[in-house]
Ligand binder design. Sequence first.
Ligand code: CA2
Length: 146
Amino acid sequence: MPDTVFILNGPNLNLLGTREPDVYGARTLKDIETDCRAAATRLGLSVDFRQSNHEGTLVDWIQEAGRTAKGLVINPGAYTHTSVALHDAIKGARIPTVEVHLSNIFAREAFRHHSYVSPVALGVICGLGPTGYVLALEALAGPAAS
Ligand code: CA2
């Protein structure tokens, strides 16, 4: 049974590919999931890919990942910039976590420059679009995460 990596996506990311393609690109979340599944197969991992618009649901899933998964990839969406609850959940899960953003949050509004998640992440990838998810999986499959 391959090790499982949870890939969690926060609010509004279900809308990818339908609006704001200038900021977030034309690809849907389903497309990104397909990329992640192909990368996971290549890397000998299994992925559990989910999206929620609800902070508490994301907390529940992070706790579940802490009990069952080898690692966590998370795009927390706007909760990145607001959520002490996600910070605490990731810290408590005690599994290597990579924070991913499609856009370069540092090239955008000032309120996006601070992340509550980054201090409890192994690493952060932003601005590389869907490729960031695949790079995060590669990192979790490699020595930086063991
Ligand atoms: O760049 C990212 O991946 C973000 O996590 C995306 C969040 C944003 O709040 C973060 O600052 C950066 C927003 C996701 C919203 O996605 C939409 C997609 C299509 C249409 C509307 C929203």
